[in-house]
Design a protein around this ligand. Structure first.
Ligand SMILES: [Zn+2]
Length: 90
């Protein structure tokens, strides 16, 4: 799946062609220290996705969702970097 660079997506949003999605995916090599508003973080190590990190919109808690192993969630990311996680977490 082709994904636009996040900076391009930002331009598309800035010029008003797209409403800002609730969440965009940012790939990171390790768990984030800080969460930017409107992003979820996909931890990818050695080419394998391990965890999805997000901040609970209700209580602000750091939520980790397992993307590897026998009991895992699946994530699909569209060309605008919008995530869909199954089973649903929200
Ligand atoms: Zn919460």
């Amino acid at each position: 799946m082709i994904r636009l660079p996040l900076s391009w997506v930002q331009v598309v949003i800035d010029i008003g062609l797209l409403r800002r999605p609730h969440f965009l995916v940012k790939d990171v090599p390790e768990p984030p220290d800080e969460f930017s508003e409107g992003f979820v973080f996909r931890e990818v190590r050695g080419g394998y996705q391990k965890w999805l990190h997000l901040k609970c919109p209700r209580c602000g808690e750091h939520i980790q969702i397992q993307l590897a192993g026998a009991r895992r969630w699946t994530i699909s990311i569209d060309w605008l970097n919008r995530p869909t996680v199954a089973p649903s977490i929200w």
